[in-house]
Design a protein around this ligand. Structure first.
Ligand code: ZN
Length: 350
């Protein structure tokens, strides 16, 4: 396709799988359900006509915590992230070093590639998000500087393994970027996060950076957000300082899309692509292909065609137990994105 179109990552798990996870079914039962979920998700993803697919994150505990699976040096008492509707998610807290991932994203990619001939994209979590698991009062014998060095190495390894495994793109999920401006309106924390993630990206060549991307959104869990009230205009100038080729930007659910597009136009750099969200994942109404096309034509007035791509606003279920959207709705929305992008191409490249 002349306008590239890519998903973000997650697809809702089936009700049977969610029940098995939340009721802690036996390991055998879970393994069988996971295997079936990957097969079924890849098949349904292919049927949407999507030129690039993912495994739907069917076996990830969440987009943020998969590297922590199996670790024993954690407690559950970490930072809380509050959503608009009153619910919250809590990060674990590290109790000792050295910090090593329990699990690398390459595992998910390899499992998916075995069952599809389409290009597979892989999402990974940011170094900045995992930096939040280090306790504010420190760890005796494991200073923060040592933790940060370990973390950057592990995040680099997570990306590098996916590239070596042949990922079509590796996308860093950076949902805490916009949130950081809520916690620290001065922007100091945001600048710190950008610097941390660039310390990872700068370990890759310019060619490799063209295969790397960053996804940002105001959070998406149980159809609620954590930082939609933060102005994109305050966030995007710093975001485009990240040394990657691709930006996957929630946009469909923004109340004033044109305002955001003007900021993108002003700050997007040469060599960077903006994949704009044309599907509102928090809204149960399925977009028509015409609506999607209109959103792309609107964006094309501000972003040059060689820098424009389309995506969904977010994953459809970043946390494994979120069943607020059905699989049928998610795949119908993805199909609308593909068809709408095709319609826009017909007009823009006529
Ligand atoms: Zn998101």
């Amino acid at each position: 396709m002349r306008i590239p179109t890519e998903p973000i990552g997650s697809i809702p798990r089936s009700p049977e799988l969610v029940t098995a996870i939340t009721t802690q079914a036996s390991a055998d039962t879970l393994q069988q359900l996971y295997a079936d979920a990957i097969t079924e998700t890849l098949k349904e993803f292919e049927e949407t006509g999507s030129p690039v697919i993912t495994d739907g994150e069917q076996t990830k505990s969440s987009f943020a915590t998969y590297p922590l699976e199996g670790l024993t040096n954690l407690t559950s008492e970490g930072m809380k992230i509050n959503f608009e509707d009153g619910h919250s998610r809590q990060l674990p807290l590290l109790t000792g070093g050295p910090f090593r991932y329990g699990n690398y994203a390459q595992k998910y990619l390899a499992a998916a590639q075995k069952q599809t001939s389409l290009p597979v994209k892989q999402a990974i979590i940011s170094a900045s998000a995992l930096s939040l698991i280090y306790p504010a009062d420190g760890i005796e014998g494991y200073p923060q500087a040592e933790f940060m060095a370990d973390l950057l190495n592990e995040c680099e390894k997570d990306i590098r393994l996916c590239l070596e495994q042949g990922a079509y793109k590796v996308q860093m999920d950076f949902t805490e970027g916009r949130l950081s401006l809520k916690l620290d309106p001065s922007g100091g924390v945001l600048k710190h996060f950008i610097s941390l993630n660039n310390q990872v990206f700068d370990r890759f060549t310019k060619e490799e950076q063209q295969k790397l991307g960053v996804h940002v959104c105001p959070g998406g869990d149980h159809d609620s957000t954590h930082s939609a009230d933060i102005d994109y205009a305050d966030f995007l100038p710093d975001l485009f300082e990240l040394n990657v080729g691709n930006f996957y930007l929630q946009l469909a659910s923004e109340p004033d899309r044109v305002k955001v597009l003007k900021v993108i136009k002003q700050y997007l750099k040469p060599g960077q692509k903006a994949f704009i969200g044309v599907i509102d994942v928090l809204n149960p109404t399925i977009e028509t292909a015409e609506e999607v096309k209109d959103r792309i034509l609107e964006a094309a007035a501000y972003i040059s065609l060689d820098q424009l791509g389309t995506t969904d606003d977010c994953g459809f279920s970043p946390f494994c137990d979120d069943t607020s959207t059905t699989r049928e709705t998610a795949f119908a929305k993805i199909a609308a994105r593909i068809e709408g992008t095709r319609l826009a191409e017909e007009e823009l490249f006529a």
